[in-house]
Ligand binder design. Structure first.
Ligand SMILES: C[S@@+](CC[C@H](N)C(=O)[O-])C[C@H]1O[C@@H](n2cnc3c(N)ncnc32)[C@H](O)[C@@H]1O
Length: 223
């Protein structure tokens, strides 16, 4: 078996083993998240809970799904069509295992794809969720354009990301992530707001919590 090393996500880096344990390990994970990110992991779980409010038949895109952290928002028997997308096949295997563990595997399909070139038609999802992903993507502007393109008018995009305007305290964290290859160029929260509007979102909310920002925007009916 190949030992996990440092490198990009498609190379299955060491961080891809550490990260899922951090976000899924209850009080220990929450404490570590607060210490490193200065933010509350509950915010991620609360944002993911929006999935559970959708009516039967809704289509949800989770990109990047990673180990399927957002899938905890899906309720067994809810009747959703959730597509979990990631560039890493290893992460997708973990997401599929998470879906099975949560009893929602019948509502989840996985697909390998690059967020910058999503293999889906315009307007084909009711909700796009993108947690702790934007900062990993090689072109966050293009990623936002693609994620909003596949969103139906009136649909919402919700997610979180590290932003570069969250203060000097988090600069070492961002630098370390960039060095080991798990973080991309990132962007400021203002850029993300502007790109969401430019892509066709009308209502854009973004609030910073420590190193992270949480955003939610609704695609305009006419764009
Ligand atoms: C920090 S994880 C976050 C995953 C998950 N949303 C979560 O909250 O746990 C980042 C994920 O982004 C994926 N990724 C990186 N670049 C990508 C790209 N260009 N397209 C799709 N996924 C990508 C990685 O494989 C990794 O699973």
């Amino acid at each position: 078996m190949r030992l996990p090393g440092l490198g990009g996500w498609s190379e299955d880096p060491l961080w891809s083993y550490v990260y899922p344990r951090l976000v899924d390990s209850g009080p220990v994970g929450r404490a570590a998240w607060r210490a490193v990110m200065g933010s509350d992991l509950t915010l991620l779980h609360e944002a993911a809970a929006e999935i559970g409010t959708l009516p039967r038949g809704s289509r949800v895109l989770d990109v990047p799904t990673g180990s399927g952290v957002a899938l905890r928002g899906v309720r067994p028997g809810q009747g959703l069509d959730v597509v979990a997308v990631d560039i890493s096949t290893t992460m997708l295997q973990r997401a599929a295992a998470t879906a099975a563990r949560l009893g929602v595997a019948d509502q989840v399909t996985t697909a390998v794809a690059d967020v910058g070139n999503l293999p889906f038609d315009d307007g084909s999802f009711d909700l796009v969720v993108s947690f702790t992903g934007l900062h990993c993507f090689p072109d966050p502007h293009r990623a936002i354009r693609e994620m909003v393109r596949v969103l139906a008018p009136g649909g919402a995009i919700t997610g979180s990301s590290l932003f570069t305007d969250t203060g000097l305290r988090y600069r070492p964290l961002r630098r370390a992530g960039t060095r080991i290859g798990v973080l991309g160029p990132m962007c400021t929260s203002e850029e993300a707001r502007a790109w969401l509007r430019e892509a066709g979102c009308a209502e854009v909310e973004l609030s910073l919590h420590g190193a992270l920002g949480y955003f939610r925007a609704v695609r305009a009916e006419q764009s």
